[in-house]
Design a binder for this molecule. Structure first.
Ligand code: NDP
Length: 337
């Protein structure tokens, strides 16, 4: 099969299309023909060496496709009720290493059936990013009706979905984006105020001022911050008393060491640094979140934006686009397109 291999840690140029042996599923695993692979920031962290990885490795962890062989399914490795899968089933997943490929082995415990009404591309677009948006606004800081929150990178994959979910829960979104075109998309997802943060003279000083101006001087109940290094200080300063900073990514770089006294000085603030796997750790929780997200897509209440689709062979260009802030919504790869 064809696969995208990262030959060593480095920039997008280390990605190569190679012919590699087909993988073989073991107990509790599915062999899946990949119809679409999802491109996520974590793939770039793994490629560049920010997260430790063995090299060479086949890149990617997310996708959707059709089961072509099912090992013994059941409860291997999960300890709870993994559903049965059969050849021909349409499935989506977020954590199968080697998903930038024609075939991938997916652990049955983390595969989810895709409802007939949902296209595989759309299922992929709400897999890692949709489940993340879901836990962020239901668990990390559960949005209550009337809450005002700040969402950074509002036109991104997580940003567009999170904005819709917060709005559906009765919250009000202030978002940040880098361009007028992204501002338009963010507004379309429900953001009431959109700030072009790259146009600010001094982000750390100016953004909190604008946010306070939009919240009657109080600040927001929560900030969902995936940008990290560049926005962290502004995010803290934008919170209301006892507000929550949900730091969930580092698109601009990782946040350096932090003095907890700043939470005291800021008004008894809460800082959390969550990750998806802890919010889908049991099969029951994965199923519940996936059913809500995929159900909302099927029901037409959650809108999916696939901003770009690349042939598998052009994975390096997809990484360049994502890291270069040139994407909106979801980025997909299509094997053999
Ligand atoms: P996005 O589609 O949001 O793309 C990243 C966006 O970040 C860019 O489009 C850009 O938007 C903004 N950005 C700001 N500064 C920079 C910079 N210096 N370089 C690149 N981008 C920048 O990506 P995703 O939705 O896939 O992921 C968003 C973040 O969420 C990532 O950091 C990812 O690691 C994290 N994440 C965390 C998870 C978790 O459970 N903790 C799970 C899933 C994702 P703009 O041009 O508008 O500034």
């Amino acid at each position: 099969m064809h696969a995208i291999v990262a030959r060593e840690a480095g920039g997008p140029d280390v990605l190569e299309l190679r012919e590699v042996p087909d993988p073989t599923p073991g107990p509790g695993e599915l062999l899946v023909r990949v119809e679409v692979a999802g491109v996520n920031f974590i793939d770039t962290y793994q490629r560049s060496g920010v997260y430790p990885m063995d090299f060479p490795h086949v890149v990617g962890s997310e996708g959707a496709g059709v089961v072509v062989a099912a090992g013994t399914t059941g409860t291997a490795g999960s300890g709870d009720e993994t559903p049965a899968f059969a050849v021909g089933d349409r499935v989506v997943w977020t954590d199968a290493p080697g998903s930038y490929a024609g075939l991938v082995v997916v652990p049955a415990r983390s595969a989810v059936h895709v409802p007939a009404a949902v296209a595989l591309a759309d299922a992929t677009a709400v897999a890692l990013q949709g489940l993340t948006a879901h836990y962020l606004c239901t668990s990390s800081y559960p949005v209550r009706p009337g809450d005002q929150v700040l969402v950074h990178a509002g036109a991104g994959g997580v940003g567009l979905l999170l904005t819709q979910m917060v709005t559906a829960r009765g919250g009000h979104v202030i978002s940040t984006v880098s361009t007028p075109a992204k501002a338009e998309l963010s507004r379309g997802a429900g953001a009431e105020h959109v700030i072009e943060y790259t146009a600010l003279g001094d982000l750390t000083h100016d953004l909190p001022e604008i946010v306070r101006g939009l919240t009657g001087g109080e600040g927001v109940a929560a900030v969902y911050d995936s940008v990290g290094r560049d926005t962290f200080d502004a995010s803290l300063a934008s919170l209301r008393r006892r507000g929550t900073l949900v730091l969930f990514g580092g698109s601009s770089g990782q946040v350096p060491a932090f003095d907890p006294q700043r939470l005291n000085a800021g008004g008894s603030l809460t800082l959390t640094r969550p990750t998806l796997k802890d919010f889908t750790a049991t099969r029951a929780e994965l199923d519940e979140r996936a059913a809500e997200v995929l159900g909302a897509v099927a029901g037409g209440t959650l809108h999916v934006r696939v901003g770009a689709t690349f042939p598998l062979a052009e994975a390096a260009d997809a990484h360049r686009a994502l890291e270069g802030r040139a994407t909106t919504g979801k980025v997909l790869l299509v094997p053999d397109a």
